[in-house]
Design a protein around this ligand. Structure first.
Ligand code: NAG
Ligand code: NAG
Length: 223
């Protein structure tokens, strides 16, 4: 798979080695050139990769414009007067190195489902694990509507009961509630493909922006 190719090419997965460099401008500019050349080579290599085939989101979900370059919701739909928003992340992006090099890591996505209603200040918020063949709920909580834009916002409010502690009928009913709104494993292929594209764009941008910062510093010190 595509991500495997990236991983196989040795990007991002190598732990940083701490290397002591002497502070000397000639050493540092030699290091800069090596680094810039390497960034450029990797950039070109990655830019030649063929993206995975386009997958459409399951209807009636639609892709949120600009989502690929932002950190907001990826998919939206309406359900009656409700607005359902879906955010997605890989486990490996939340816990660095978490499941990065096995299939479990690749096949586990974090889904964050937000159900909001007009006139309500808070929205109902489900944190879920999404797998190719299942959806599991981790937590259910109420969150202020406007703060629903990221996974990494530490909730200052009550985060809901431990889901496993709820009785089975309530857990089943909560699963039924999101399933009724189209949140099920059918979302997996689209979200997986979408994350590949997003990772690719982020990687390309990283090569570029790291390169231009290093260039910039070199130019400034020569002035
Ligand atoms: C929403 O927030 C506003 C302003 O804080 C408040 O006046 C209003 O009563 C709240 N509405 C609900 C439904 O909680
Ligand atoms: C997922 O939900 C959609 C919309 O409700 C439905 O059409 C589809 O059959 C469901 N998929 C599965 C695997 O349950």
């Amino acid at each position: 798979m595509w991500r495997k190719v990236l991983a196989g090419a040795g990007f991002a997965l190598q732990p940083w080695r701490t290397t002591a460099y002497r502070r000397s401008s000639s050493v540092s500019s030699a290091v800069n050139s090596i680094l810039l050349r390497s960034l450029k080579e990797h950039y070109l290599e990655v830019s030649k990769m063929t993206p995975p085939p386009k997958v459409s989101p399951p209807s009636p979900f639609t892709i949120v414009k600009g989502a690929i370059d932002g950190s907001g919701p990826v998919l939206k739909r309406t359900y009656g007067d409700e607005e359902i928003s879906i955010y997605v992340m890989r486990l490996a992006n939340i816990i660095p190195g978490g499941g990065n090099d096995d299939d479990d890591g690749i096949n586990q996505l974090f889904l964050h489902v937000d159900v909001s209603k007009p006139g309500q200040n808070d929205s109902l918020h489900f944190l879920c694990g999404l797998y190719p063949d299942a959806v599991g709920i981790h937590s259910v909580s109420m969150r202020p509507k406007l703060q629903s834009s990221g996974f990494l916002v530490v909730p200052s409010k009550y985060n809901g009961p431990v889901f496993e502690d709820l009785d089975e009928r309530m857990r089943d009913a909560l699963h039924g509630y999101i399933a009724e709104r189209g949140v099920n494993e059918s979302l997996f292929p689209f979200l997986q493909a979408w994350l590949y594209v997003k990772d690719h764009r982020n990687l390309m941008r990283w090569f570029k922006s790291v390169g231009s910062l290093i260039n910039e510093r070199k130019d400034a010190s020569e002035n």
